[in-house]
Design a protein around this ligand. Structure first.
Ligand code: DP6
Length: 319
């Protein structure tokens, strides 16, 4: 029975994806830009040809909803596929705003196409990963990646590409964990509610292209303060749009605000660093490697845990 295993790293968006222009194809309303991060990873094994479709997630049978999404992506690999067994393991907390779906679907499409004997280009892999979860389109790539908005109705031009390689800039992303449990509102439901009910949503969409242009330039120039301004602006505008939804989507906890203040005060003291937040209370802080320890030490005074991540490589097959 053909079997393949792939490893992928999660990514954290510096310019955020929030909102869809097409739900079935999972096409975004805005372009987005991210950093792929190691050592956190997902390892996924696909057996192409099994007695029944089976998904084992972190050693346990998956929920019906998780299984539906995973087997729908397997159908994209081959609509006449045999039954498959998928086993996927994360070495970090799942569904805690740490982008576990990004590494999960990136590893899945790579393992499934290899097991099926249907190798694909990285653009095709990124399109398939996007159908599973938008942010996964970016985890096909290592280092700094941008997911293009695209123009086509069929979504074939909405995929990610590498804008700078993994060794372009020696930075760290610190993840300050305030709550490692699963989130109350999924990103998918939160973004849908935002686009359907938030009066701020059109302004969020209109503001995204400028953020992307400035972020690309700041990454090219390795200018952390310039990138930080864009990162914090993008995160705040995304969260402002969801807080204005009805009912509101609010992921922040008191620790989240404390961590933001901590970053601002470190910056005032001359340590270049900037924060971002996703669909959860945890705060991620970007800093050059030389300053990572001092920032981690400060965050550790209040966060439950602080992880220090570094730029990671692309999704890859493993023996
Ligand atoms: C806040 O990629 O999880 O992390 O496409 O519905 O699966 P779906 O959403 P998902 O949303 C990620 C939202 C975000 C921002 C980002 O990663 O760009």
């Amino acid at each position: 029975m053909p079997v393949a295993t792939a490893v992928a790293h999660p990514n954290i968006a510096l310019c955020k994806y929030w909102g869809k222009r097409d739900r079935p194809l999972n096409l975004p309303s805005v372009g987005s830009l991210s950093l792929t991060l190691a050592p956190f990873s997902t390892t996924t094994t696909v057996e192409w040809g099994a007695e029944r479709d089976e998904l084992v997630f972190n050693g346990r049978p998956a929920s019906a909803e998780e299984a539906r999404k995973v087997f729908a992506v397997c159908d994209l690999v081959d609509s006449w596929r045999p039954r498959v067994r998928v086993a996927s393991d994360n070495d970090f907390p799942t569904a805690a705003g740490l982008a576990s779906s990004s590494s999960g679907f990136a590893a899945l499409v790579l393992a499934a196409t290899a097991a099926a004997g249907h190798p694909r280009t990285v653009e095709q892999l990124s399109v398939m990963a996007r159908r599973g979860s938008g942010s996964a389109s970016r985890s096909i790539f290592g280092g700094w990646a941008e997911w293009k908005l695209g123009e086509r109705d069929d979504g074939m031009d909405s995929y990610a590409f590498e804008i700078a390689p993994v060794d372009h800039w020696d930075v760290r992303m610190l993840v300050a964990i305030f709550d490692a449990g699963p989130k109350g509102v999924s990103s998918r439901d939160g973004m849908l509610r935002t686009q359907e009910t938030s009066p701020f949503y059109p302004a969020w969409v209109a503001s995204a292209p400028r953020d992307l242009a400035e972020a690309r330039a700041a990454i090219r120039d390795r200018d952390l303060l310039a990138l930080g301004r864009v990162m914090e602006r993008s995160a705040l505008r995304m969260h402002a749009s969801m807080m204005a939804a009805d009912p509101p989507v609010l992921y922040w906890k008191s620790g989240s605000v404390w961590a933001q203040e901590c970053v601002r005060s470190l910056r005032d003291q001359g340590v270049p660093c900037a924060w971002t937040m996703d669909a959860g209370p945890n705060v991620k802080v970007l800093v050059e490697a030389a300053h990572a320890d001092v920032v981690a030490e400060r965050l550790a005074r209040v966060a439950d845990q602080v992880h220090i991540l570094h730029p990671g490589g692309p999704a890859r097959l493993v023996p």
